[in-house]
Design a protein around this ligand. Structure first.
Ligand SMILES: C[S@@+](CC[C@H](N)C(=O)[O-])C[C@H]1O[C@@H](n2cnc3c(N)ncnc32)[C@H](O)[C@@H]1O
Length: 407
């Protein structure tokens, strides 16, 4: 739904310097002056993935600076993200001292948001991090030669019955040593205070240690068990045969990222709810929604973290996802999608203050979002040309920030 004039305006803006002084945005900043058409050099990856924003890969998140800008512009007291995903809104709200609530249907996403926004005793966390690293190193030295897939008698007391249910997936997608490394780390987690954080490290390591090609980490269909010609590196690459190196690297990296965020973390309250945002119980007094709904028919949110569901034994609610890839983009899928999104907004509206705002980040090419259907009116709209997004997209890709007000 972009006419030529809008596209031309975006292209013109794209040739000018976009906004990078985010702290300069305040309630008086006119919407029309917001040039959000960042190139890679304006907003490099390391800034978009600063501190806890890179605790774990996640397809389809928005960049934290986009959230920051609109939180500074509208200064809410309580912001709600009904599709909280990896927790970008919640992290940014907390850093600005704003209370926030987020809902997500995916148990893994909820775990990730909680781990990012939790308060940590850094010296206790440091002790735990070095302790688990030491135990993993001792384990790795002892077992580097062993080719046998077995747990260590007297050493590991994993629930073997439960393990069997996950074995098929583990056996198929991980090399024997990688399976053992991951299971040993899983076994150690129960000895620590910050178990959820170690679960996120385990999941991130599992993702890297799968038997997949370097060029298809996002949507692998079959395990890659033999050396292969790698399109990413233009040479023959070997499938990963262990997880230990990822476990140690990500344990340290996660600790560093948590430390950095703990320096800017505020006392603002963060509430993460695991549930369907069409029906969850919310607090009253929400004066702003900031969210990006699932894109219709593009991503299966549970499926993208299948390894985490299998390893951590998380509850699967995938039938409640709105607009999953597996439903496609047919007319019937669009109708279901619109109903799902509308139900979420109608439900959230009941918990909002008079004149509360809803900011919805969408790719609106099918015109699926209509404020009048859900008790809002449009009071603004900012378009931007997205040049860098993770996932399947290629070429020019536009994104709109719809700005609605409750009526
Ligand atoms: C585009 S993503 C949001 C990403 C988020 N903005 C971020 O930066 O990480 C959409 C999210 O909606 C969630 N979702 C889908 N259907 C849902 C439902 N019925 N209730 C709550 N969340 C749902 C998905 O699990 C996914 O995490």
């Amino acid at each position: 739904m972009y006419d030529n004039a809008v596209a031309q305006k975006i292209v013109d803006q794209y040739n000018q310097k976009p906004l990078t002084d985010f702290a300069s945005v305040n309630t008086r900043t006119p919407l029309g002056t917001l040039n959000l058409n960042w190139r890679e050099s304006d907003l490099p990856e390391r800034q978009r993935t600063k501190h806890v924003h890179r605790l774990h890969p996640y397809l389809g998140k928005f960049i934290p600076q986009l959230v920051e800008i609109f939180l500074r512009k509208y200064k809410p007291s309580l912001v709600y993200d009904p599709f909280a995903g990896s927790g970008t809104t919640l992290v940014e709200a907390n850093a600005l001292g704003i209370n926030s609530v987020g809902t997500d249907i995916s148990a893994f996403n909820v775990l990730l948001s909680q781990v990012k926004t939790a308060e940590y005793d850094i010296s206790l966390l440091e002790k735990e991090v070095y302790d688990i690293l030491r135990r993993m190193e001792a384990y790795s030295k002892r077992n580097s030669d062993s080719k046998v897939i077995e747990l260590f008698p007297g050493d590991v007391d994993l629930d073997v019955e439960e393990l069997k249910t996950r074995k098929e997936y583990l056996g198929k997608w991980f090399a024997p040593k990688a399976q053992k490394d991951l299971l040993y780390y899983l076994h150690l987690i129960k000895d620590y205070t910050y178990q959820d954080l170690f679960k996120i490290i385990l999941s991130r390591s599992a993702r890297s240690a799968r038997l997949v090609t370097h060029f298809d980490l996002d949507f692998p269909k079959e395990p890659q068990t033999e050396p292969y010609f790698c399109r990413k590196h233009s040479r023959t690459c070997e499938p990963v045969d262990e997880a230990y190196k990822f476990l140690s690297r990500y344990t340290l990296d996660t600790f560093e990222r948590i430390k950095v965020f703990s320096k800017i973390r505020t006392e603002a309250k963060v509430t993460v709810i695991h549930g369907d945002s069409r029906e969850v119980k919310l607090p009253k007094g929400i004066d702003m929604i900031f969210t990006s709904p699932p894109y219709i028919g593009l991503i299966d949110y549970h499926d993208q973290h299948k390894y985490a569901y299998e390893l951590l034994g998380l509850q699967n609610n995938e039938t409640r996802e709105i607009g999953p890839a597996k439903n496609g983009q047919s007319a019937a899928a669009k109708k279901d999608y619109v109903k799902g999104i509308n139900d979420v907004l109608i439900h959230a509206r009941d918990f909002m203050t008079k004149n509360g705002k809803a900011l919805i980040v969408v790719n609106d090419k099918y015109g699926l979002y209509n404020p009048a259907d859900v008790g809002f009116k449009e009071v603004g709209r900012v378009e931007r040309h997205v040049n860098r997004r993770t996932g399947r997209r290629e070429g020019a890709f536009y994104e709109s920030i719809l700005i609605w007000q409750k009526v």
